[in-house]
Design a protein around this ligand. Sequence first.
Ligand code: SF4
Length: 388
Amino acid sequence: MLAHNVQPHKFLTRMAGIYLHIPFCKQKCHYCNFFSLASVKNKVPFLKALEREIVLQQEYLHNEEVQTIYFGGGTPSMLEADEIKHILQTLGRHYRLSPDVEITLEGNPDDLTFDKIKQFRALGINRLSIGIQSFHDDDLAYLNRVHNASHAKNVIKNAFDAGFEKLTIDLIYGIPTLTDKKWIANVDYFLETGINHLSAYALTVEPRTALAQLIGKGKLKAVDEQQSVRHFEILMQRMEAAGFVHYEISNFAKPGHYSKHNSLYWIGGNYLGLGPSAHSYNGISRQWNVSHLTKYISEAGQSESVFEKEELTLDQRYDEYVMTSLRTSWGCDLEHIQNAFGVRYSNYCIKQAQSFIREEQIEQREHRLFLTQKGKLFADGIAAELFI
Ligand code: SF4
């Protein structure tokens, strides 16, 4: 039985959010294809450029109340508390922040000492997202993470002790060193911590990453897709048994503990992305900043050449809605499609879904389409078949 929550809009009505990309890391993880640099040498000019961009883009959200702020990266926990404080103060001066704004900061276990976590909490950061990935040293070595398993376990205790109630961690499955038994141990360890939110991702080998090269040269074991599928099935079964809602393909939460920020992306809310490589969307157009730190530093806040912009066609907006909504427990709403895009689109969507309904990969309930457990294994391929 699927756990469906078909009323996301109850807590997500007219939401707007801000994403800040902090592009620094201590070292590059082998699998990483995010924009980040293993050096903080340009940190000060970057922070100045970010401040200029915050000011320049203040009209982008049309004075909508900001419900979520998200420090992502890269590794935002490499910034000092004073630097984060300055960014928050600048945002507060130029945007209308909700009194109960969710402020998430991503961090890695090796940076997050008890003192630093306490300082972040004191600044009003109320949600911590920790990149744990595995509780086993050999998996972390395969991934080239900086931290080890003991850092990973300690940081959770420190975060609770420092007063963080909203915590989430990332885990990666499908790592060649991660046997089924070890994956079960990772999921069970997570469940014992009492954390109410988990993001879990399949290890993917992106082109031009160190992982792709090392596997290509035979220096690291290749990723086995069947192993990833098994791990995903184990994950769904254990998380559901423990009372978590699988509210997006890669995200599980206890009821009431969904990430507001990520949900905003999935329900098509407006968001402003600041920092190099950050993306923005305001319902009509999307834009994305240059993925180059020195260009960002010289151009941010001074010229529009720091970003590229694309006006979305109706077809593109429909595709984007199908892609994101189908991945969620709220499903793809045919009534919404009819209202927002027209009856031609809702008819097309239901027609394309028929073969997946017959194969029990999509389930229709009233006017919504949901992926079944079986369908979740092929989410991207199914969504592509529903595209215009
Ligand atoms: S910590 Fe995250 S952003 Fe940094 S290199 Fe690793 S995966 Fe990439």
